[in-house]
Each structure stands twice: as C-alpha cells, then as structure tokens.
Write a protein that binds this ligand. Structure first.
Ligand SMILES: Nc1ncnc2c1ncn2[C@@H]1O[C@H](COP(=O)(O)OP(=O)(O)OP(=O)(O)O)[C@@H](O)[C@H]1O
Length: 232
C-alpha cells in the first residue's frame, strides 16, 4: 500500500540574520492510512518546523516529499494551498475559534471554499456529523466562551475533520489543557485513524505519545524510532 506521506532525507536550514542553522538534517518518515505517529523531541529540536513542512506551510531545502506517491517537494504556493485544504486537517495548541460564532458556525467556516459555500443542508449535515464524531453535537449552538478548554479543542478538531482530510497534523494539541482533558482530546484525535485518517502528533507528553501506533523522536535533525509500529 502506498503511504499517505513519505519523507526521504528532508533537510531544512533556517537562514536568519545570523549564521544559517540546520534544523532538519535528513528526516525519513512514512505515514500510512489509519496510522498514528507521535513525534517527541526537546524544545527547539524542530518538531514544529517538520510539521509545517509536512503541512506545506513551508518547503524543504533538500530531500523528497511524496504525498500519496506524488512528489510534492517543490510545489508552487498555489498548489500547496489547494493540497492543504483538500488533504490536511490541522489542530494546534491554541484553538483559534471565532468567539462570536457558535460551535457549528466555527466548524462550518472550514467548508467555505473558492467556489463559494457548499449547499446549506449538505453543509449542516457535515458539520453535525463532525461535531458528533468528537462527542459534542449537543453543544452545536454554544459559543466558545461558554465552553471548557477541552470542549473548545473538540470544536477545533471537528473543524479539522469536517473536510474529511486524509492526514491530521496536531501540534501540541493538549498544551493548554489539564492532563485528564488532554487525554480525552488525544482519544478523540486517535479515533480519526479508525476512519482511515493518518495522524501525526507533536507532543511533549510521553503518556499521550504512548497512545499512538508509533513513536519517533527528533534528535539532531533526524527522526529516531522509539517504538516501532505496524509499518515501520
Ligand atoms: N521563523 C523562525 N526564524 C528563526 N528561527 C526559528 C523560526 N522558527 C523556528 N526557529 C528556530 O528553529 C528551531 C526549531 O524550532 P521549532 O519550533 O521547530 O522547534 P520545536 O521542537 O517545535 O520546539 P517546541 O517544542 O519548543 O515547540 C528553534 O531553535 C527555533 O528557535
């Protein structure tokens, strides 16, 4: 089976005002449909940099990035934007919800696209299905300020899932939550893999990482396997 994502020898050097600084020196990673991978690493090791390359917010300096077997190492920004919205769902530490909109309206915003709004009834059904997947359909009409942090992150996850992404990228999604709430959010994220989604989770939390099918650590610009999964 072709992996959803294949990274071969990916490199990234940050060129700021000072000396160029190599952050990623040869990252190899494959993620299959339905597979979950946790990326651990000390602060500043480049985890977010790697996730932004995978999510096409940035491009590598070298190496190869295959998405569904297609080389996208050097795609244009226009193509990257299309791929980001068609193939990926993103979840961050901060929820980035619009506070004047309800949970359902926040999720619905993700269905706005270049061709205008999807048909209203179809959109509503998708939004409710996404809220249901994360266990908060009953909060559809609630606004974020009346929700707990865990509930708000579930809305953010529903917003990421509503476009039925092939890959879910989560960067410290439990960073603003207490341990127990965080564990529930991790379970919600992981449940997306049962529907075939690939999940890449960046976390500092070993307990959360242990819920994933595979655990890798970013060290000296490369990924080292801590616990192998079904595929690697
Ligand atoms: N835009 C930028 N300009 C300059 N340096 C940057 C930039 N973005 C990140 N860095 C540096 O690159 C290195 C890797 O950062 P990155 O955020 O990827 O690490 P991280 O492993 O995600 O860290 P953390 O766990 O603290 O979030 C860090 O030393 C950081 O300071």
């Amino acid at each position: 089976m072709t992996p959803l994502i294949e990274l071969h020898g990916l490199t990234k050097t940050l060129k700021g005002q000072g000396e160029p600084r190599p952050i990623l020196t040869g990252v190899d990673l494959s993620v299959h449909s339905g597979e979950s991978v946790a990326i651990l690493g000390r602060s500043g090791s480049g985890k977010s940099t790697l996730l932004s390359l995978i999510g096409l917010f940035d491009r590598p300096d070298g190496g190869q990035y295959l998405l569904g077997g297609v080389d996208i190492s050097r795609v244009s920004e226009r193509r990257a934007a299309r791929l980001r919205s068609d193939e990926f769902g993103f979840v961050f530490q901060r929820f980035f919800l619009l506070k004047h909109l309800t949970a359902a309206q926040n999720v619905s915003m993700a269905l706005v696209n270049g061709q205008g709004w999807a048909a209203r009834r179809k959109r509503r059904a998708k939004v409710m299905a996404a809220l249901d997947m994360v266990g908060i359909a009953h909060l559809a009409k609630q606004k974020p300020q009346r929700m707990s942090g865990g509930e708000q992150q579930r809305v953010a996850i529903a917003r990421a899932l509503v476009r039925e992404p092939k890959i879910l990228l989560a960067d410290e999604p439990t960073g603003a939550l207490d341990t127990e709430t965080g564990a529930h959010v991790i379970e919600v994220l992981h449940s997306a893999t049962a529907r075939g989604c690939g999940l890449v989770l960046v976390t500092h939390d070993h307990a959360h990482a242990s819920r994933m099918g595979r655990v890798v650590r970013l060290t000296d610009g490369r990924l080292v396997t801590e616990r192998a999964g079904v595929y690697a």
